[in-house]
Design a protein around this ligand. Sequence first.
Ligand SMILES: [Zn+2]
Length: 47
Amino acid sequence: MVSKRCSHCGGSGVLRLGGHSFRTCLDCLGQGSLADHLAAPRDISAA
Ligand SMILES: [Zn+2]
């Protein structure tokens, strides 16, 4: 299983907005890594 580290949050799952503010990374949904089905959503419609 291949998992790619999210480049937006750096794999932490949260985005630093500055100071003590944090927000869940919507790109990886706070997982810190991108799953295959998220990286290639077009494969679903291919079937
Ligand atoms: Zn992320």
